[in-house]
Design a binder for this molecule. Structure first.
Ligand SMILES: [Zn+2]
Length: 247
């Protein structure tokens, strides 16, 4: 039967002569894998949609959980990303993180919309790319069930910890003089970077990117968000390494 879904292509892999295998995050059914038959042929009705980092309305032929993309209508292609190597690489990292945090048969509209908003902000240069990346990483972790405990020092309970630090393995804040409850690496914060983390974990979806930080605080915020994601997920990302090598 034919089904119409709204999806963001996270990954494309060339398949056979002129086809692609796509990993797609859909609004309706979560992550799916689909074959885009003949997507690389001239005149294909799904060519424009069958590309990484393109958001489309897609029609599939579905048979026992196997999807074949038959037609696509592009809703947003984030075209500017394709003309900047570093921005495109960062967009691919966002996609790889979304792929790692999403499941099949389990839609997460919030995660998908965060991804679309991050790609939109990156393609329109609404904020520095480091800012978009850090907000995206931390908010992704919250949506995937790894929300950090930022309310008070995990040891002494102070709402405003002295010389605040963030334990990336415990996902909690603590004063420099208080031991975190989980052993492992902890990174220095400051009032600005801690306020930023609290904002990202608590703000509504439309406001999550909307704040500015001084240079030093922005650097601490960026480091903490990246290390928190990598530590909690216990893995690296090839696309992240690539972005670092080109940015
Ligand atoms: Zn304390």
């Amino acid at each position: 039967m034919y089904v119409t879904l709204h999806g963001l292509v996270l990954r494309e892999v060339k398949y056979k002569e002129s086809s692609k295998i796509l990993t797609i995050l859909t609004e309706e059914t979560g992550k799916i894998t689909a074959e885009a038959k003949g997507a690389m042929r001239k005149g294909s009705r799904c060519a424009a949609s069958a590309q990484a980092l393109v958001w489309s309305e897609m029609t599939f032929f579905e048979n026992r959980g196997r999807y074949t993309l038959t037609e696509g209508s592009v809703l947003e292609d984030f075209a500017a990303l394709r003309s900047d190597l570093a921005d495109y690489a960062l967009g691919c990292y966002f996609a790889e993180l979304l792929e790692a945090l999403s499941d099949e048969d389990s839609p997460s509209a919030a995660l998908l919309h965060l991804g679309l908003n991050a790609l939109f902000a990156l393609s329109r240069r609404l904020y520095p790319s480091r800012h978009i990346k850090a907000v995206f990483e931390l908010r992704c972790m919250c949506l995937a069930g790894f929300a950090p405990a930022l309310d008070r020092c995990a040891r002494c309970g102070k709402h405003a910890p002295e010389e605040p630090r963030f334990s990336v393995s415990g996902g909690e804040i603590h004063c420099a003089g208080c031991q975190p409850s989980t052993p492992g690496k902890s990174l220095p914060l400051c009032q600005g970077s801690l306020a930023a983390m609290r904002h990202v974990t608590g703000a509504g979806p439309k406001k999550v990117f909307s704040f500015t930080l001084e240079e030093d605080a922005a650097a601490r915020f960026a480091q903490v968000c990246e290390e928190y994601a990598l530590t909690q997920l216990d893995r690296g990302f090839k696309t992240l390494d690539y972005w670092k090598s080109v940015s």
